[in-house]
Design a protein around this ligand. Structure first.
Ligand SMILES: Nc1ncnc2c1ncn2[C@@H]1O[C@H](COP(=O)(O)OP(=O)(O)OP(=O)(O)O)[C@@H](O)[C@H]1O
Length: 229
């Protein structure tokens, strides 16, 4: 599903080159739920931006569903992102003047899906994430946990091959965090592949597998059985 091969990345500022990721190799299989753990500055965001096709690596390859995204043109990559990759953000990134249902539908608007089909699919997902009754409300009328449920529903509406979540519980209290992790695990058990970037051990503990970054290196022997489910 996701294959990272000899992936390295450096940032250049003026004359100076700052290496941030060093020859990473790993795979995430279809149906897996993987936590990418690491302290601040270890390179998590950089790796996530590369895997999500938001920037090009200095060297190495990122294959999603068998396709090397670093080789794609900007247009092809934008299209690929819209159809194959889902995102969940720490701060939800909902559009304030659209209703909950319209937010969830939005990725399908860009794919020119007919409005009755968009509505049907959005409502089905809102039901799955447990907030069908909020579909006509606006994001500001929802709690943080509910807003994250909207964002999760939106990430799934295109039936992506893989969903990347960037600190999805970073703004939530402990109880709500647990509920959101429960939801992600539930969705994973229904076949969704997740890579969850986090520095919270509680999130990582409940995933099937942990990839740990330290100073841009992937630690060996870091994969462990979690207590998922
Ligand atoms: N655009 C950039 N230009 C130069 N250096 C950068 C740039 N972006 C990130 N870095 C450096 O790369 C390293 C890794 O940063 P990154 O944001 O990937 O870490 P992180 O693990 O996501 O940290 P955090 O948990 O704090 O978000 C840091 O040393 C950072 O200063």
């Amino acid at each position: 599903m996701l294959a990272i091969e000899r992936l390295s990345h450096s940032f250049r500022t003026g004359q100076e080159e700052t290496p941030v990721l060093h020859e990473l190799n790993f795979r995430v299989e279809q149906g897996e739920m993987v936590a990418l753990l690491g302290s601040s500055g270890s390179g998590k965001s950089t790796l996530l931006n590369l895997m999500a096709g938001l920037m090009k690596p200095t060297s190495g390859s990122i294959l999603i569903a068998g396709q090397a995204i670093e080789k794609m043109s900007e247009n092809r990559l934008a299209e690929f992102r819209r159809t194959h990759i889902g995102f969940i953000f720490q701060s939800y990134e909902l559009i304030p003047h659209l209703t909950v249902r319209e937010n969830v539908e939005l990725p399908l608007v860009f794919q020119s899906v007919a409005s009755h089909e968009r509505k049907q699919r959005a409502l089905a997902l809102l039901q799955q994430v447990g907030i069908m009754d909020k579909s006509d409300m606006f994001p500001s009328q929802l709690s943080g946990g509910q807003q994250q449920r909207v964002s999760i529903a939106r990430s799934l509406i295109t039936n992506p091959a893989i969903v990347f979540a960037d600190e999805p519980t970073g703004n939530l209290d402990t109880k709500t965090e647990k509920e959101i992790i429960d939801l992600l695990i539930d969705l994973n058990q229904n076949g969704i592949t997740f890579v969850i970037v986090t520095h919270e051990h509680e999130v990582a503990r409940r995933t099937q597998r942990i990839l740990q970054l330290r100073d841009g290196y992937l630690l060996e022997g870091n994969e462990q059985e979690g207590e998922a489910g």
